[in-house]
Design a protein around this ligand. Structure first.
Ligand SMILES: C[S@@+](CC[C@H](N)C(=O)[O-])C[C@H]1O[C@@H](n2cnc3c(N)ncnc32)[C@H](O)[C@@H]1O
Length: 190
């Protein structure tokens, strides 16, 4: 799987969200230079850095100091002063209010949906990155309980092509399943 230079230069600790999926997050949420986002867990910061490259402000949470140190290295190397790092458990507390997007990539993301709902503005969006179908079912059930609308669940399969003199075809190698991408929108009250 091709990893662009803008990602190859980033440090990596825990499992990252790959550019093929990050591109879809940016496009489907439509975040831009006026957007304020909350991201968790920070992990290696690949999603947080990508959001901060285009958004006004991104706060990324992680429970682990050692992972936040990796994200801090990436933040500094990229010169992203709009990326704020917070040590904290998002299933317990999200301090930000009226944000445009909350992204969740945790082992138990469904447990943070309520806190995400409270942090979002009306019309704001939630994104969950979930490796297993069982997690997707729990996450969507929780989103429905909070009244999120426009729920979309998808998987991005990208096939690299071999282009050669003897013939061109999709490569037989590559990354297949990474995670399911789940999107939803916080409905206006009433
Ligand atoms: C797979 S990594 C996230 C990778 C990240 N999205 C990236 O693109 O680099 C999951 C992270 O969630 C953190 N985490 C787990 N539970 C958490 C919680 N309740 N609140 C905040 N962070 C949490 C873990 O410490 C880990 O760093």
């Amino acid at each position: 799987m091709f990893i662009p230079g803008a990602y190859r230069r980033l440090k990596r600790g825990p499992q990252v969200i790959l550019p093929k999926d990050i591109g879809i997050v940016l496009a489907y949420t439509g975040v831009g230079r006026e957007s304020r986002c909350v991201d968790a867990g920070a992990g290696s910061g690949w999603l947080a850095v990508s959001l901060a490259r285009v958004c006004k402000e991104v706060t990324t949470y992680d429970t682990r100091e050692d992972f936040l140190k990796i994200v801090e290295k990436n933040r500094k190397a990229e010169g992203l002063e709009n990326l704020i790092l917070r040590k904290g458990d998002v299933t317990k507390k999200i301090y930000e209010k009226d944000v445009d997007l909350v992204t969740l990539d945790l082992p138990n993301s469904d447990r943070a949906v309520g806190k995400a709902y409270r942090a979002l503005r009306e019309g704001g969006q939630i994104f969950g990155y979930l490796p297993h179908v069982e997690q997707v079912k729990k996450f969507v059930a929780k989103m429905e309980r909070y009244g999120f609308s426009d729920i979309v669940v998808l998987e991005a399969i990208v096939r690299d092509m071999l282009v050669r003199k003897e013939g061109s075809r999709p490569s037989t190698k590559g990354v297949w399943h990474t995670g399911y991408l789940v999107f939803g929108c916080k409905k206006a009250a009433g």
